[in-house]
Write a protein that binds this ligand. Structure first.
Ligand code: NAD
Length: 286
């Protein structure tokens, strides 16, 4: 059900690759809610992804850009403002990549060239997007910028590797730039910390299925889907959240505030039982 929350609003959506992508879901919801937007991704993603299908469906223009490249970003913002005949109102940064994760390198054996790429693509690109937008004065007052994060920025999660460092930097950029952009232009900057989600980037983390099962058991509301994440992002682009800025907002079914849940304990107990260590197991829920 649509509420026309973004009627008349214009935006730029970074990072839709295929229908599983969080950005793809955000684009579909933003379209339903009355927004117009530019879709952008790297030339390689445009070649191998399915962005044209989304562009057709949402009546959007696609502009290729590597988000680590300032010239590309200037082009996206300039063309977006030409296309819309003025400034935009929202930006989604839904971008991440780690070659260390992809190649299965462990955190104490990182390749530093890859590490720098991880930080550049997954965190500094957010600063570059914000700095370019500000330089071109591309966002209307009370506009909203959202980037996607993960709880590994605060808590250590096995195998999340150098992406954890990238997310910590990303969230810090949201606060630091949020202050400046809020003070000078009344523009909101936030990160949404999303549950593990079975997308191309998410599934690239080794042992992802086990992680999803664990967080599902740990979260009182269960894992949040990409579509649910999109709904949340829409509220942050809307005028209903005008005074929300510089926040890392958890969208994770409650996972981030849990220590241990009954459902996770049951699973843990099962493995204790099968390992036959003689430990007394209590499976009561109370
Ligand atoms: N999937 C999860 O479990 C999960 C959980 C929390 C947060 N997130 C975050 O959500 C965001 C979107 O990821 P997703 O899960 O939808 O996966 P995805 O693979 O669909 O999206 C990642 C996107 O980043 C783009 N990208 C990579 N390098 C780029 C560059 N140099 N310039 C521009 N774009 C580039 C890719 O082309 C792709 O479209 C990421 O920031 C990710 O860390 C994902």
């Amino acid at each position: 059900m649509a509420y026309n929350l973004l009627k008349g609003k214009k935006g730029i959506i970074f990072g839709a690759l295929n229908p599983k992508s969080i950005a793809w879901q955000v684009a579909e919801k933003a379209h339903e809610e009355g927004a117009e937007f530019i879709l952008t991704n790297t030339p390689v993603a445009l070649r191998f992804g399915e962005l044209d299908e989304l562009a057709k469906k949402t009546n959007s223009k696609v502009i290729p850009a590597d988000a680590t490249n300032l010239k590309d970003l200037e082009k996206v913002f300039t063309e977006a403002m030409n296309e819309f005949g003025g400034k935009i109102d929202f930006i989604l940064h839904s971008i991440a990549m780690s070659l260390n994760v992809r190649k299965g390198l462990k955190y104490d054996e990182l390749n530093y060239d890859y590490f720098q790429k991880t930080i550049d693509i997954s965190a500094l690109s957010f600063h570059k997007v914000l700095q370019t937008a500000r330089k071109l004065d591309a966002i209307n007052e009370w506009g909203s910028v959202v980037a996607l994060s993960y709880v590994a920025a605060q808590r250590t999660l096995f195998r999340y590797n150098d992406m954890a460092d990238a997310k910590a930097v990303l969230e810090s950029i949201a606060r630091s730039f949020g202050y400046i952009y809020g003070r000078d232009k009344k523009i909101r900057v936030n990160t949404v910390s999303q549950s593990p989600t079975p997308t191309t980037a998410g599934s690239g983390v080794k042992g992802f299925d086990g992680l999803m099962d664990f967080t599902e058991r740990m979260s009182p509301l269960g894992n949040a889907t990409a579509e649910e994440c999109a709904n949340y992002c829409i509220t942050l682009f809307s005028d209903l959240t005008k005074k929300v800025t510089m926040q890392n907002l958890y969208h994770d079914g409650g996972f981030s505030n849990m220590g241990m849940s009954f459902r996770a304990m049951q699973m843990y107990n099962k493995s204790l039982e099968s390992s036959n260590l003689g430990i007394k197991i209590d499976n009561d829920e109370d």
